[in-house]
Design a protein around this ligand. Sequence first.
Ligand code: DAH
Length: 349
Amino acid sequence: MLTATMSVDDYKRLLAELTTSGQRAFEAARDLEELEHARIEYLGDQRGKLREFQIALGTLPKEARPDAGRQFNTAKSTLTEAHDRRRQDLAPNATRGDARPADLSMPPRRQWRGSKHPVTLVIEEIEGIFRELGFTVATGPEAETEWYNFGSLNFPPNHPAMDLHDTLYIGDDVLLRTHTSPVQTRTLQKYAPPIRVLIPGRVYRRDFFDPSHAPAFEQIEGLCVDEGISFVDLKATLTRFANRFFGRRPTRFRPSYFPFTEPSAEMDVQCGVCGGSGCGVCKQTGWVEILGSGMVHPAVLEAAGVDSERYTGWAFGMGPGRIAISRYGIPDIRILYDSDVRFLEQVAE
Ligand code: DAH
C-alpha cells in the first residue's frame, strides 16, 4: 500500500519496482488464464497495483507531478506492452510479428491485367482471316539491302524513294526496310509456287513523328503466286477479307501505281462512321483507303528466279496501325507508340 506521505523519490522507486515485478509476472504466466490474473493484479482498472500509483500521483507535491506523471505513463505502457507480447506468445496459433487477423471485409485491390496492343489485335485478327483462306505467315529482316528493298521489286535505279530524305540507311548498301515487300522476293527465292503468304512486320521511313506519321510502323504484306492466278483472285480474296474484317460494307478498287505490280489498285471500304455520305473521318469522300495491291510484276517474279511465263500472282500491302486508328477512333497515331496504359486499357480485350 502506498502511504499518503510518500516522497517523490519513493514514488519513483516503488513504481520502477512495480514495473519490473509486473514484467516478470507476465513472463511467468504459463497460460492465458494465469496471464489474465496477472493483468488484473497489475493493470486492473479497479484494484490493479498501477491504479494505486495513479491515485497516489495526486498526493505528490504539485511541482513534482509532471515528472512523476511521465514516469507513470512510461510504466503503464511498458507493462501493457509486456502483457500484450506474452498474450501473443500464448495465443493459439501464435504468429510472430503482425498478428492482426486479416480483414475479410476489405475490398481487394483491383487486379491490373496486361493486354494486347491495339495494333497487335488488328494484326492477329487479319492473320486469322488469311489463315482461313489458306495463307501461312512469313517474316523477314528489318535491315535489308538496297536490292531486296528496291531493286528486286522493279524500282528503277535512282528512284526518289531511295533518296536519303526518305530512307534510313545504316550502311552503304544496308537500310532499314521501308516496306514489307522485300519479303516477297525472299519468299519466292526460298519456296516454289504455289505460294500464299502473309507477311506482318515493322518498317521504317524518314518521316516526322506527327499526328498521322510515325518513323517506324507496322505493315502487312500478302502474296499469292501460282499457275493461272488472275485479277479475279485478287478481287475475290481481298473483298472476302474486307467483308470479314469490316463487316458487309461496299468496297471499291481504284487504279494506282506501284513499281512492283501491274496493274495496281488501291482498295477502299465504305466509311463506317458516316455510311458513305461523307464525314471528317473519310474526308467527305464516303470511302476509307485500306490497302494497295496489284498483279505481281513479271520483273519481280524473274528477279526472284520464278518463271513469269508459267506463274502469275497478286500482292497487297496495308498498314494495321492506320486500320487500328480508324477502328478504335484514335485521334493521333503517336498514341499507338506512347505506351500510355490509360489509353491502351480502353481498347484492351
Ligand atoms: N509496299 C507498298 C507501300 O509500302 C504497299 C504495297 C502496295 C504492297 C501494293 C504490295 C502491293 O504488295 O501490291 O506502300
